[in-house]
Design a protein around this ligand. Structure first.
Ligand SMILES: Cc1cc2nc3c(=O)[nH]c(=O)nc-3n(C[C@H](O)[C@H](O)[C@H](O)COP(=O)(O)OP(=O)(O)OC[C@H]3O[C@@H](n4cnc5c(N)ncnc54)[C@H](O)[C@@H]3O)c2cc1C
Length: 106
């Protein structure tokens, strides 16, 4: 994507997906780029996750966060970021991914 964004989120674990929910709800232009290796996928069942008194599996939790982020309008793409470079004027960053994605964030 070539259009400048307010924010690029690197990583689609619970941290990145939570950021995506908030940024989308605050109507910021943002993209989440995820290499798909969240540590949360390894959690058989977590009992310290707020809102899940009976526990929740990591993959289920990630799926729920992804549904929530997308339902708020978040853009989520599968890709690994290879480099982040400041623009010449220092006012933004250019991200390059290993796949087809790239992003320009303020
Ligand atoms: C076996 C196990 C059990 C656990 N049990 C619990 C528990 O019960 N309760 C609990 O609170 N925590 C638990 N944890 C810890 C929990 O998994 C982590 O705290 C949590 O996943 C961290 O979330 P995160 O979003 O910061 O990072 P992660 O979940 O690791 O997500 C980071 C994401 O960023 C992506 N990424 C990294 N670099 C790039 C890049 N250059 N470009 C694009 N994407 C990138 C990765 O692929 C990954 O998808 C457990 C962890 C493990 C391994």
């Amino acid at each position: 994507m070539r259009e400048p964004l307010d924010c690029a989120i690197i990583g689609g674990g619970p941290g990145g997906l939570t950021a995506a929910v908030y940024l989308a709800r605050y109507r910021r232009s943002a993209v989440l780029l995820d290499a798909g290796d969240s540590r949360a996928r390894w959690i058989p069942e977590s009992h310290n996750c707020p809102g899940f008194p009976s526990g929740v599996g990591g993959r289920d939790y990630l799926a729920r966060l992804t549904v929530q982020a997308r339902s708020c309008g978040a853009r989520i793409e599968s890709d690994a970021i290879k480099s982040i470079e400041p623009t010449r004027d220092g006012g933004a960053f250019v991200l390059t991914a290993s796949g087809t994605s790239s992003a320009h964030a303020k």
